[in-house]
Structures are given as structure tokens and as C-alpha cells.
Design a protein around this ligand. Structure first.
Ligand SMILES: [Cu+2]
Length: 175
């Protein structure tokens, strides 16, 4: 690791010579930062390892599929969900979001209403049927949301982009 750092410093020094002074300084900074940043990230991770926080990462791809058909959490837990669009297509043609519906919401009826909400990325503004939702993502993007798990029961989640819920849906189970 130390040798690697030295190598980077040497390479940076070489780059300095060829790039002029301003760029040199930037590069030195860039080289110095990652080590510190990653250290801090690790510390934060450990300190937030809380029984009451559950982190879930779900992906969506260009084949219109989620990576999970079921999620389980406990009532009252803080749920941190990250949706990653691992495809390449733009959100205009293959946008994905993650929308959690209130218990008993008719998914097909909701999806129908969502069709008309293009202006708000297919999540009807002010809908009382939505517990939580991510942004609509293009390939390569991700979004993390946080909310408190509702009362015990089984809830539906879906991607509300037109036509996607037929494949992109799942059960959110609160125990
Ligand atoms: Cu989708």
C-alpha cells in the first residue's frame, strides 16, 4: 500500500511536469483525498450499524427486471433503500423507480393513474397511496431513500414507469 502510494506520488510528479502548476496542485489533492475519505466512510458505516436501521439495495436493469421480488423488515425500523439502475438506457425509454404502496392499494389501478403523471416521473403528486418512492432513474444512476417501516403486514412495491409493473413488482413484508 505504501509503495503504491509512492508510485502514485511519482506518477503525479511526472504529470505535474507535463501539465503546468495549477493542474499539479489539483492532482496532489486528488491523490491525497481518497485514502482519508474511504477511512471516514468505513467509520461512519460502523457507527450507523444500528439494529433499528436496515439497508437494502435493489437493482433494475434494461430487461425490465428488479433483482428482488421480496423484502422483509420489522415494523418501526428505519428502512434505507437504494435503487440502482444497472442498465444503460435512458429514463425516457427504460426509466425505473421504486414505489411502495399503502396496504390494500390496487396495483393495476395505481399504475393506470401513474401513467398520467409523466410530469412528476409517474408518481401522482400528493398521492395518499404512496408510502415512499425513489426518483425515476436512467441507466447508471442510483437513488437512496429512507423511511420508517409501516405497521406489520404485506405491502406491494412496483416500478411505476408505464408498463413496467407487470414484471417489476414485489412484496414488502413488515414483521
Ligand atoms: Cu421500470
Amino acid at each position: 500500500m505504501k509503495n503504491f502510494k509512492k508510485l502514485i506520488l511519482v506518477l503525479t510528479a511526472i504529470a505535474m511536469v507535463s501539465c503546468g502548476e495549477k493542474k499539479e496542485k489539483e492532482q496532489v489533492k486528488l491523490t491525497d483525498q481518497p485514502a482519508e475519505t474511504s477511512k471516514m466512510a468505513t467509520e461512519t458505516e460502523t457507527s450507523t450499524k444500528d439494529e433499528n436501521v436496515v439497508e437494502i439495495t435493489i437493482t433494475g436493469n434494461d430487461q425490465m427486471q428488479y433483482s428482488m421480488a421480496e423484502m422483509k423488515v420489522k415494523a418501526g425500523q428505519t428502512v434505507r433503500i437504494t435503487l440502482k439502475h444497472v442498465g444503460k438506457l435512458d429514463k425516457n425509454v427504460m426509466g425505473h423507480n421504486w414505489v411502495l404502496l399503502t396496504k390494500g392499494t390496487d396495483m393495476a389501478a395505481f399504475a393506470q393513474t401513474a401513467l398520467e403523471a409523466k410530469a412528476t416521473d409517474y408518481v401522482p403528486a400528493g398521492s395518499t397511496q404512496v408510502i415512499a418512492h425513489t426518483k425515476l432513474l436512467s441507466g447508471g444512476e442510483s437513488d437512496t431513500i429512507e423511511f420508517v417501516a409501516p405497521a406489520a403486514g404485506t405491502y406491494d412495491y412496483l416500478c411505476s414507469f408505464p408498463g413496467h409493473y407487470a414484471l417489476m413488482k414485489g412484496k414488502f413484508i413488515v414483521e
